[in-house]
Write a protein that binds this ligand. Structure first.
Ligand SMILES: [Zn+2]
Ligand SMILES: [Zn+2]
Ligand SMILES: [Zn+2]
Ligand SMILES: [Zn+2]
Length: 481
């Protein structure tokens, strides 16, 4: 097969290889050592689309949100200007024509996933007709090689994919279209497509990167996937020795083994057997779950974790043996629930102050109920931080930021970009509040972490580096005066 030989050469040039592992299928291996922050591989998407289901629309070319105009042909797709429209036209020309023939009220069913499928078939055809060149990693046969897990889907899911395939067929009206194959491709999307995020890890769209999809999941990964514009970039998180399997995380890794395994099973249909998961049930794993998802000690000064008391009276602190009664925990959990029912998921601008009060009340109660490293409490504080930033209450925002960082340091590996981003926010807040020395310290730490996941050449990192220089100069000036 020509493709396989091409791919092998491509891999060899990058000191990588693909092996078939019995339980995991295709896996990516290193052919030399990689140092922290080094790019292992990168790939442009085979196809990608912006998330346009939210009230905010994005340009189809660059995913930006400002100065958008609707494509006058199909009235579905947005562009920020003629240069993006032009660069996308080769593909969109065909999509636009197909969408224009669809009844207006049916066009609202054209979700990002449906659009990605339309683009997939249009691109495949254009490559077959040699309008768009085929390259080693930009090749439909890599899409064909992706796992679909079709046989493991339930009736309801199969039905949904069949309906979506019908809509794609209705729109494209290709002469020789295979409905079963489209349905199978939807299943491939669900376990292989990647959410494309900006430098601050906020989702912007979805894309298919069939070469990056070879990389398997681990809950303790040695590499990380980030995006530079729409290009997927995989970097080493730590030192990776020669002949190691390269792994990234498909899910949020902050969570107990049971929580992680549940989300992997639900979305990716596999049972994880990584080093973290194989510890399930060990004393260390039980302690970790109790800290991340359990209650705090009744003694406010104790940092111990609680386990269910064998006599079913409640929960016992494993450090000071104090018992928290079932009744007390239940009452407090009830209070949290009552308050959280009034907490809006996405408060509008005029309700923000009210929402902040509700979330503050919730945070107080949760801090009494949960362990100080609890994920639930961390999420509430993240929400509060976000809202306080939006109303420009820098002082209180900084207070929550300082509560979140230690939890991140506990729940994420030391070089995880979320820690770096949080320290970046903290540094910016400290600087605004003229706590310059602290700002320098936070921004330095942020830079040292983010250079590993984000490299140093993007605009985002250059901006961080410039801010750090400025803060350092200001700190120097203050010290001298
Ligand atoms: Zn654009
Ligand atoms: Zn159009
Ligand atoms: Zn795992
Ligand atoms: Zn205790």
């Amino acid at each position: 097969m020509a493709l396989m030989a091409d791919l092998q050469r491509f891999l060899r040039d990058r000191s990588l290889s693909v092996c078939n592992l019995p339980q995991k299928g295709r896996s990516l291996f290193t052919g030399r050592d990689f140092v922290p922050g080094e790019v292992i591989t990168s790939q442009e998407p085979y196809v990608c689309v912006p998330n346009n289901s939210s009230p905010e629309s994005r340009c189809d070319g660059c995913f930006k949100t400002n100065n958008l105009k609707k494509c006058s042909g199909c009235q579905v797709v947005w562009y920020c200007g003629s240069s993006c429209q032009k660069s996308e036209w080769k593909l969109h020309r065909h999509e636009c024509k197909a969408l224009s023939t669809l009844e207006k009220e049916k066009r609202k069913f054209v979700t990002p996933t449906i659009r990605m499928m339309l683009k997939l078939y249009i691109k495949r055809n254009l490559q077959n007709e040699k309008v768009i060149p085929i390259t080693t990693t930009d090749d439909y046969s890599l899409v064909e090689a992706l796992v679909s897990h079709m046989s493991e889907l339930d009736e309801k899911q199969l039905m949904l994919y069949a309906q979506m395939a019908n809509l794609v067929n209705l729109i494209l009206q290709l002469p020789s279209i295979d409905l079963k194959e489209i349905a199978e491709n939807f299943s491939k999307f669900s376990c292989n497509a990647h959410s494309i995020c900006d430098s601050e890890l906020r989702p912007q769209g979805i894309g298919l990167y069939p070469f990056v999809s070879i990389i398997n999941h681990s809950c303790a990964p040695n590499a990380i996937l980030v995006f530079e514009e729409q290009m997927a970039v995989v970097r080493a998180m730590g030192h990776i020795p020669k002949d190691s399997e390269v792994t990234i995380s498909y899910i949020e890794t902050a969570g107990s083994t049971l929580t992680r395994q549940k989300s992997l099973k639900e979305q990716y249909l596999f049972h994880c057997e990584c080093t973290r998961c194989s510890n399930i049930g060990t004393p260390h794993d039980i302690e970790e779950s109790a800290i991340l998802e359990g209650y705090r000690c009744a003694n406010e000064n104790c940092t111990g974790f609680l386990l269910r008391d064998p006599d079913e009276r409640g929960f016992v602190c494993q450090k000071c043996t104090l018992l928290r009664s079932k009744e007390e925990v239940k009452k407090l959990a009830g209070d949290v629930k009552k308050v959280s029912e009034n907490a809006p998921a996405s408060p509008s601008a005029e309700n923000k102050q009210d929402a902040i009060s509700v979330y503050k009340a919730m945070e107080k109660l949760q801090a009494r109920l949960f362990h100080s490293f609890s994920i639930t409490l961390m999420r509430t504080r993240e929400k509060l931080l976000k809202m306080l930033m939006e109303v420009e209450n820098w002082r209180e925002a900084l207070n929550y930021c300082r509560l979140i960082v230690p939890v991140y340091l506990r729940v994420y590996p030391a070089t995880h970009p979320l820690i770096g981003l949080q320290l970046y926010t903290q540094g910016k807040l400290e600087w605004l509040l003229e706590e310059t020395e602290d700002a320098v310290s936070s921004l330095t730490k942020a830079f040292d972490i983010l250079r590993i996941s984000h490299g140093t050449s993007t605009c985002f990192m250059k901006e961080l580096s410039a801010k750090l220089d400025e803060a350092r100069a200001e700190a120097c000036f203050k010290r001298a005066n």
